[in-house]
Design a protein around this ligand. Structure first.
Ligand code: ADP
Ligand code: MG
Length: 413
């Protein structure tokens, strides 16, 4: 009995040791490449060989071994190819070791059949469900085995089955945990590297954008001068178009610069009510052009802490989107009030085209736009500004019904 316990513990230690070695030899650049798969396959192989050469055999000849662990792991973390490879390797090793070969072939074939479909959606589960699935899947074997023993009246084997099951199960969960941990580490490190790269690129791009803006202003000025000259109507319309396009380009650059703006500016307390009035006034011409009415409903003396120019930018973007969502003859309701949790609540509601749930999911992603002349940066800027202010944006939308944007901002005292 004592020897069996020794034996079991030795196995546990060996398996965990192999996993630790595996963690040491894998790095970020490997993940989801052939090299990673190969290393993973090799790790499973080492465990497999060890557990099969030194199986835990009880006096009566029953074999309880850990080889189920590398098989399960190979399928769930390595995929179908690694799994099937491990299965065949096991069969080959089975030829040279003390195993009933036909049993190996049959029992594990059932496993393979079950594991192949499981391996497809295992990766999408969360941590808790993964552990649950592993447990249910593994415990299936000892339970069938216990039933078999019960039928054969070999009751004194049962405690042994229970004991080894428990140990193998714990080892399985532990190894899965270690592998998950490693994968998570790799993922975070990669994300960090990507964020760093993006940071550098956006800073560079911001300086380039800045450099372009100045000559554009000059060009625009000269164009306006040209327009006063005695030109034909056609030439004037060309210049008109050129100025419009320049303005469009300038708009894109301005929004882009707002995205990459350094975050050192000072926050101040200012009147949200005034800012709302000003923003709606700015947009009202654009609204009238599209025969849209903007209803206003602002509480008095609302104060907000932040940068006025930024909040205005958020409001203008949201109002502009609302106007553009309505083709014609719509209504927009803009309201601002003190929410019961102390924050300021701004609502911009339109009865325009609305969005589907798929669209809502990608809302705010840079360059996502459904408009021909859209930049797809407006909402990205809004989200960024509001996040910086420690506020929140909520969106409700229904296709054909309209959209409601709610912006919550921290109040100023
Ligand atoms: P742009 O306005 O340049 O397209 P935005 O980031 O402002 O970029 O908006 C992204 C997309 O989100 C829009 O193209 C549009 O499809 C959708 N959207 C934004 N606001 C609304 C709204 N009020 N109603 C319907 N769709 C909207
Ligand atoms: Mg927009």
């Amino acid at each position: 009995m004592l020897e069996t316990v020794h034996h079991l513990i030795l196995h546990v230690v060996f398996i965990l040791f192999t996993i630790l070695l595996f963690q040491m030899v894998t790095n970020e650049s490997d993940s989801s490449t052939k090299r990673f798969t190969l290393k993973f396959f090799f790790m499973n192989l080492v465990v497999l060989v060890f557990t099969m050469i030194f199986p835990v055999v009880y006096s009566s000849g029953y074999v309880y071994d850990f080889k189920v662990i590398p098989i399960i792991l190979a399928f769930l973390y390595g995929g179908k190819r690694v799994g099937v490879g491990t299965y065949f390797t096991m069969l080959v090793i089975g030829l040279f070791t003390d195993h009933v070969w036909l049993f190996l072939l049959m029992n594990y074939a059932i496993y393979v059949v079950l594991l192949i479909p499981l391996s497809k959606w295992y990766g999408r589960l969360n941590w808790k469900n993964k552990m649950l699935l592993l447990s249910v899947f593994y415990l299936f074997i000892p339970i069938t085995r216990s039933l078999y023993l019960l039928q054969k009246d070999e009751l004194k084997q049962l405690p042994l089955v229970a004991g080894s099951t428990l140990i193998i199960w714990i080892t399985l969960i532990l190894t899965a945990y270690l592998i998950e941990n490693r994968l998570e580490q790799i993922r975070i490190k990669k994300e960090l590297m990507k964020a760093e790269k993006f940071n550098v690129v956006s800073q560079l791009a911001a300086s380039v954008a800045h450099e372009i803006r100045n000559p554009m202003t000059t060009v625009r000025g000269f164009m306006q001068l040209l327009q006063r000259e005695t030109l034909t109507e056609k030439q004037k319309s060309f210049i008109d178009i050129s100025i419009q396009e320049l303005d469009h380009a300038q708009g894109v650059i301005n929004q882009y610069l707002a995205l990459a703006k350094p975050q050192t500016e000072e926050y101040e307390v200012f009147s949200l009510t005034d800012t709302m009035h000003e923003s709606v006034d700015v947009m009202s011409t654009y609204a009238v052009m599209n025969s849209i009415k903007i209803n206003q409903n602002f509480e008095n003396d609302l104060m907000v802490k932040g940068m006025k120019i930024e909040v205005k930018q958020v409001l203008l973007n949201l109002l502009k989107n609302a106007i553009e969502a309505i083709k014609e003859n719509g209504e927009i309701t803009a309201s601002a009030s003190r929410h019961h949790d102390g924050r300021m609540m701004i609502t911009i509601q339109d009865n325009g085209a609305g969005m589907s749930s798929e669209q809502l999911k990608v809302l705010g992603r840079p360059y996502y736009s459904t408009k021909e002349k859209g930049t797809g940066l407006g909402l990205t800027v809004c989200y960024q500004i509001v996040k910086r202010m420690k506020g929140e944006i909520q969106v409700e939308s229904e296709r054909g019904e309209g959209t409601t944007f709610r912006v919550y901002l921290p109040g100023g005292v």
